[in-house]
Every structure is written in C-alpha cells, then in structure tokens.
Design a protein around this ligand. Structure first.
Ligand SMILES: [Zn+2]
Length: 497
C-alpha cells in the first residue's frame, strides 16, 4: 500500500502587518521528500502521530512529499505559496500510483488571492489522485472548515483540545481513518455545519467554558462508536476574508444521515452559546496593580492581543509600560518583547553593562508605541529552546539573538524573532523560573494554560492592542462576509452541507 504524506501549515491573521514569506517557512520548518522521515517521532505533533501509525504497518510504503510550517502571520505571499503548493503537488504527481494521501494542514491558511488555501490544496490533490483515492487531512481546532475542504477530502480530522495537547493523537486518528478507508474497512462520510460566527480564543477551551460541552459531546459519540470523528472548529477569528466562520464536522462510517444529525446538533449548541465566548478584559495598569497586591503568588498577565501564535508581531510595549509605571523593586517580574534592534544593542554592550533602549513597536507601530527601558544586561543567548509541555513537546523554537535586561524587579526578555509562547521553557531556557515570579507576561490567548497549569495561581487577560485583539467588533474589517456574530446580531438556524 502506497500512502503519500505531506504537511503544509500556516495560520493567517489579516491584521498582522508583517508578510508571511518563504523565509517564514525556512525559519520554522521546511523539509523536502525523505527529509520528513528523518524527523524525530517523539515530538508531540500530528506528523509524528500519523507517521507512527503508518510505519507500524509493514505493508505500507510512505511517500514523503513536503513539510512546510510557518506558524501564524499575514496571508502568505503569492509567489511563496504557489512555489510550496506546486512543489507538494509535483511530488504527489511523481509518486503515483498512490493508494491514499494524508495531509497535515491547519485549515486557517490564507495566501494572497486565495482565502481558502487549504481547500485549494485539497482540490488540486483530489484532481491529481482522482475520485477513488482517499484523502484525509488533520486540522487545528482553529480551522476555517469550508465547503470546498469538506467536498475535496474524504475526512477532516480536527484537534479535540484547546489548549492544543492532542496533536499527536489527531495525527494517529487521521492515519487510522485513512488506512481503514484504503483497506475498504471504513467508508467515511462527512457532514459540515457552518455558522456565521467568529469567537475570540480566550474562552474557547476544551477544559471548561462554552466549547467544552460541545467537544465532550463529540468525544462521547466517538466512544459510543456512533461516529469516527467529531471536530468542533472555533475558527481563528482574525481572517478578514470570504467564507469565514466556526463550524462542526462529523465523520461517520457509512452513516451519512447520522453525520448530518450530529453535526447539526453540535452546531446548534455552539450557536446558542455564542455570547459566552466574549472574555472579560482588564486594563493594563489595573492588571499590574492587581497582580502586585495581596498574598504571594504567581499571576499570569495574558497579553493575548500580541500572541505570535495568533499572528501578532510580539513587539507590544503595553504591559511593559504599565510595569515600568509600578513599583516592582520587591518583586520578580518576567516580561518579553520582540525587538531586534534592542537585542542587537544589548549584545553589542555585553553582559553586565548598562543600556538604555527604546522597546516595542518595531514591527507593528500602528499598534504599539516604544517605551524607554534603562537597565543592565543580565545575560545573552542564542534563543534556541525546546518545548517540554504537552502541546508541541519536543519542537524546537528559535528566538534569535536574545538578551535579558533587568530594571528593578523586571526581567525583560528581548528577542530577535517572535515564537509561540505556550511553554514556560521560553523563560526557563534563559535561566528564569516562572514558578519563582510574582508576575509572568505570556503572549498566548489560551494554549499556554496547559504547560502553565501548575505555575499560574491567577490569570488576568489584559485589555491591550495588537493584531490578535479579542475585541473583534473593534477591528478594521474589510472583507469579512456579513452579517456575522458578534459584529452583527442576527437570527440564524444552523443547517448542514
Ligand atoms: Zn489553534
């Protein structure tokens, strides 16, 4: 049995001012052909989970295509997208005959001129393989599952978790469904229910809150054997394009009516809970004051609006400004910012030297104004570290040249490149222990809650600007189809495609 395998992941954020280029993939992950198979199978990723299942079956020959991953950011530049997509498709063409295709996608990928890039890739792969060859794709929980994606794939398999801690298991499940379909043991049928709804990420969690009950219903149906997979997609909300919205996808084994029924049921609950996704936000000065008073504990200042994993630039100075305005001399405070010029100045000055630098607003000056920071260079680093928590465990991140600057109790991590901030290893790799801190700034809306579970005594979501602002009604939308909640209040009855 010949199974083609590829990965092409990017999460768009239309409000990010920095373009996503070929270099964005090269910085993150870009592997060709057999290089994919040399990757560590121990990482907590969909790739590792899928390859583990495929490799365990002796009659399966894996045909590796391309693995391109760029994290979150603005729509991919057209030439870069076309080059990577066509490379993947040419490798698929060259691999024929193929019995099945497994694609690791995100589902909220946009390219310039192509709002539904995931659907574009699936459609082109389908055209190459023909109608009889199964295609199964994994998707992030924040996917924008479109009608085209559902029509062009045999099964779409989304995460069950936010914070995302089941990437590996999602890859495993997708591979099992694909192999079952190729062997003729499964006959996947899929139903999609789409909603005119976007939700901020802060309260869209599987652990508690409005999404958890819907995900638990999908898990219950899977345990009962009623469905093969139920995916609840709380779409990445900063997609200023056409055909954007939350959705539910249900895959059954040759039970199309059941797929439709359960998709409709879960989509109806999702719609009914729509108002419960709006988070409570605390102004930055108030958040800092609240974190510093009272008993000794660790408070997380959640700077979700500037989360690089949501497509923001990481160069916000909002919380730093509030920290500098407070008395932190008796506290251990951890903060971070993307600021390549300041990192270069600190590196040139050297460890132990005093520096006075402008911090913030180097990438997104429309959101962030610089603030003056005077302190000493405590340490300098190459910025390479590895996640150790459940989500993306084992994956390497690169902050580039990184300095820790100290002013009173503030230990400010100044990094050259933005990275996903789900894991306290960002700080620990620099010798800074979040468990010992009174205040820890984390730029992530929800995914950090898994690895920070035993550190965070309190989580305060800060009202701050940024490309990943949860204040969706305040963003400068241009292309989003209306009406859509929460921008509009509308009556709606879910239907199934
Ligand atoms: Zn996600």
């Amino acid at each position: 049995m010949r199974i083609a395998f590829g990965a092409f992941q990017h999460e768009a954020n239309s409000f990010c001012p920095q373009p996503t280029t070929l270099a964005s993939f090269q910085h993150n992950k870009l592997k060709f052909g057999s290089e994919l198979l040399n990757e560590s199978r121990s990482t907590a990723t969909e790739d590792a989970g899928a390859l583990t299942v495929l490799c365990a079956q002796p009659d399966i020959e894996i045909l590796p295509l391309l693995a391109a991953k760029a994290g979150s950011g603005a729509a991919i530049q057209k030439a870069a997208y076309t080059e990577l997509r066509d490379d993947l498709l040419q490798r698929l063409q060259a691999a024929l005959p193929v019995d099945g295709l497994l694609l690791v996608l995100h589902g909220a990928m946009m390219a310039e001129g192509e709002d539904d890039a995931s659907g574009d890739i699936l459609a082109r792969a389908h055209a190459i393989l023909g109608p009889e060859v199964p295609i199964v794709a994994t998707l992030d929980l924040h996917a924008n599952a479109t009608e085209r994606m559902a029509r062009q794939a045999t099964a779409l398999v989304g995460y069950h978790t936010a914070p995302h801690i089941d990437l590996y298991e999602t890859g495993q499940r997708a591979a099992e469904i694909l192999v079952g379909a190729v062997r003729g043991q499964l006959h996947p049928t899929m139903a999609l229910a789409r909603l005119p709804l976007i939700v901020p990420a802060e309260n869209a969690r599987h652990t508690d809150g409005p999404l958890s009950g819907i995900i638990n219903r999908a898990l219950e149906l899977e345990r009962q054997g009623a469905i093969l997979r139920g995916s609840v997609f709380a779409v990445q909300p900063w997609l200023d394009g056409s055909g954007v919205g939350c959705s539910v996808v249900v895959v059954t084994d040759n039970q199309p009516e059941a797929a439709r029924e359960y998709a409709l049921e879960m989509a109806t609950t999702f719609w009914q809970r729509r108002a419960d996704f709006i988070p409570e936000l605390v102004p930055a000065d108030e958040a800092v004051r609240r974190a510093l008073v009272g008993e000794e504990r660790t408070a997380i200042l959640c700077d979700s609006a500037d989360a690089p994993s949501s497509g923001s630039t990481g160069d916000s100075s909002t919380i730093l400004r509030a920290l500098l305005g407070a008395d932190t001399s008796q506290h251990f405070v951890l903060a971070n910012v993307v600021d390549a010029p300041a990192a270069a100045i600190a590196c040139a000055a050297g460890i132990g030297q005093q520096v006075s630098v402008e911090i913030g607003g180097t990438l997104a000056p429309q959101y962030f104004a610089p603030v003056r920071f005077s302190g000493y260079v405590k340490s300098l680093h190459d910025g390479v570290f590895r996640f150790k928590g459940q989500g993306m465990r084992g994956v390497t991140y690169r902050m580039g040249r990184t300095a820790v600057l100290v002013h009173e109790g503030i230990h400010l991590v100044v990094m050259e490149h933005g990275v996903t901030q789900w894991d306290p290893e960002l700080y620990r790799s620099l010798g800074l222990e979040p468990n010992d801190a009174r205040v820890v700034q984390v730029k992530s809306p929800a995914a950090f809650r898994a690895a920070y579970k035993d550190i965070a005594d309190e989580i305060i979501i800060v009202d701050a600007p940024g490309a990943a602002s949860p204040k969706l009604t305040a963003l400068p939308w241009q292309h989003l189809e209306r009406p859509i909640y929460p921008l509009d209040d509308l009556a709606f009855t879910p239907t199934v495609i």
